[in-house]
Each structure stands twice: as C-alpha cells, then as structure tokens.
Design a protein around this ligand. Structure first.
Ligand code: DQA
Length: 147
C-alpha cells in the first residue's frame, strides 16, 4: 500500500506560519511521526508551492497510488486545473485542511477540490492527515472499497 501526502503552497512554512491557526510544528517533523505510526504502509510526502508542480506530481502518482491525502492550500479555492487533475486520475483523493476554513474568510468556504474528493477532513489540525491515512488503510482492508 502506497499512500501519498501532498501539500500545496505555503504549507512548507508550517511551524513558522501563523502558528495561532496552523500550530507550531513543521510538517517534516510531523511526517516523521506519521511514518513511525503507519510503519506498515509506504507513506510518501511531496510539497510544492507551484500549481504546475502539484499537477505534475498528481499525474505521476495518480494512477498507482492507493490513496492521496491532499491539502492544496490556497489553490483549493482557485484551481480548476487541480480539480480537473483529480477528476482525471484513478486514485482516491481525501481533501484535508488543518484549519476550519468555514470559520474563516468567505473566500475559503468554496473548494474546487471537494466535488472531486472521496472525502474531506477539515479543522482537525495536523491530526487530519492521520485520519485520512487511517481511512485509506481501513478502506483497503475491506472487501468492498468505498474510496
Ligand atoms: C489551508 C486553508 C487554506 O484556506 C489556506 O489557504 C491554506 C491552508 C488549511 O490547511 O487550513 O494554505 O488549506
């Protein structure tokens, strides 16, 4: 089982960026803990600040990945291209947001990703990534897959 975690723009700044919203842990540190916790699956991490970089990576892994956990950052609210990429691949995508976007500015309430996502986890902090990974694992252990 190979599960891919993809973070979009500005998420490389986790730990430094608006810690009152996103916490004070870097994703690299958090990812190390995830690798230990989910040691029986192959967990891969990719981050890009560029829309093209995200698209290329999704195209590359989107037909073989067991499941993708995607926090597209601000591109969530702007990118038709990312929505089309997710519609075009075969691997299921779980959309994750660290903060509760619905408690924030109105422009964060709309997601181009959500209609294409198998599921959505919002406002659970970094634990949202764990929940998404666990869900993909659980679904793949079941005889009838939902995602
Ligand atoms: C975010 C929410 C987005 O609105 C924002 O642009 C981000 C992070 C989150 O994880 O809460 O960069 O996706």
């Amino acid at each position: 089982m190979t599960i891919h975690i993809i973070n979009g723009p500005n998420l490389n700044l986790l730990g430094k960026r608006e810690p009152h919203i996103y916490g004070s842990q870097t994703f690299e540190d958090y990812f190390k803990l995830m690798v230990q916790k989910f040691s029986d699956v192959d967990l891969q991490y990719f981050q890009s600040n560029s829309e093209g970089g995200l698209l290329d990576y999704i195209h590359q892994i989107g037909f073989s990945s067991t499941g993708i956990v995607l926090n597209a950052g601000a591109y969530t609210h702007t990118s038709v291209a990312l929505a089309d990429a997710i519609a075009g691949i075969t691997s299921p995508v779980i959309e994750v947001h660290i903060s509760n976007v619905h408690k924030r500015e109105a422009f964060r309430h709309h997601s181009y990703i959500s209609p294409q996502a198998a599921g959505i986890i919002i406002g659970m902090g970094l634990n949202g990534y764990d929940l998404a990974v666990q869900h993909i694992i659980d679904q793949n252990k079941r005889p009838e897959k939902m995602v």
